[in-house]
Design a protein around this ligand. Structure first.
Ligand code: NAP
Length: 252
């Protein structure tokens, strides 16, 4: 799964799964351009971890930029920067995501809109920007980060579930649109992963969730990153339009 000479753009790389993806791709030799929303300090840490993880003699580079994926002008600037710096974009990982949980009766309209704007529209904007370049290159690997919640739903996460189900629909549609240009588009659907996003959950809830996972443990960001690296590699060249569950068997 070597990625030398490839350039990857990863959204939401400052923390959690996105950070692990950046490190995984850098370890395999890719140039990595990642963005963050506001966590500059955390982003700098990701940058150092990527550089520290590179093999001796690896000439790959890591760059970071601030970008709100819900804003078209930010996304354009990010992709222009990556394209101009490295001449091509081979891999796009749409990872940036947020939650604004609440039961339907209590969910504010802005909580619905923001989750859709970041998780769903953000992925749309990023794919739209890179697809032109990837079509010209006749090569591309797009990996969208969905969730098991997008497949099964979850009480209190109607907005999030809608965004993640939408990501799956977009993934399959884009796979059909871009397939003939040697561009694959796949999704990963993580289960319960240990990151800031799940850090606020009660001990009791975490225990109950863990008991329902056949693998008997909560997933790590690296578990997801390794699956993303596979789908981003040449080993997965004939896999497209798929949703790979990275959930320890939870979603069976
Ligand atoms: P996290 O720890 O909360 O990290 C979220 C990342 O997204 C951060 O880097 C954050 O940047 C960035 N981000 C948020 N809003 C953004 C925006 N508008 N524009 C650009 N970047 C933005 O989350 P995570 O758990 O790693 O989740 C990563 C992805 O996996 C998400 O799509 C999430 O829905 C999905 N997922 C997670 C789990 C889980 O159990 N953790 C399960 C299934 C799916 P800042 O640091 O600047 O805020």
């Amino acid at each position: 799964m070597k990625l030398e000479g490839k350039t990857a753009v990863v959204t939401g790389g400052s923390r959690g799964i996105g950070r692990a993806v950046c490190i995984e791709l850098a370890q395999r030799g890719a140039n990595v351009v990642f963005c963050y929303a506001s966590g500059e300090e955390a982003a700098r840490e990701t940058l150092s971890l990527c550089d520290a993880g590179r093999a001796a003699g690896d000439t790959g580079k890591t760059c970071m930029a601030r970008c709100d994926v819900a804003k078209a002008e930010d996304v354009k600037a990010l992709m222009d920067f990556a394209g101009k710096t490295f001449g091509r974009i081979d891999i796009l990982v749409n990872n940036a995501g947020v939650t604004r949980d609440g039961l339907l009766m209590k969910m504010k309209e802005e909580d619905f809109d923001r989750v859709i704007a970041v998780n769903l529209k953000g992925a749309f904007l990023c794919m739209k920007e890179v697809s032109r370049l990837m079509m010209k290159q006749r090569y591309g690997r797009i990996v969208n980060v969905s969730s098991v919640v997008g497949l099964h739903g979850n009480a209190g996460q109607m907005n999030y579930a809608a965004s993640k189900a939408g990501v799956i629909g977009m993934t399959k549609s884009m796979a059909k649109e871009l397939g003939s240009r040697q561009i694959t588009v796949n999704a990963v659907a993580p289960g319960f992963i240990d990151t800031d996003m799940t850090a606020g959950l009660s001990e009791e809830y975490v225990k109950k969730m863990t008991e329902a996972i056949p693998a008997g443990r909560i997933g790590s960001a690296r578990d997801v990153a390794q699956a993303v690296a596979f789908l981003a590699s040449d080993l997965a060249g004939y896999i497209t339009g798929q949703v790979l569950l990275v959930d320890g068997g939870m979603g069976m």
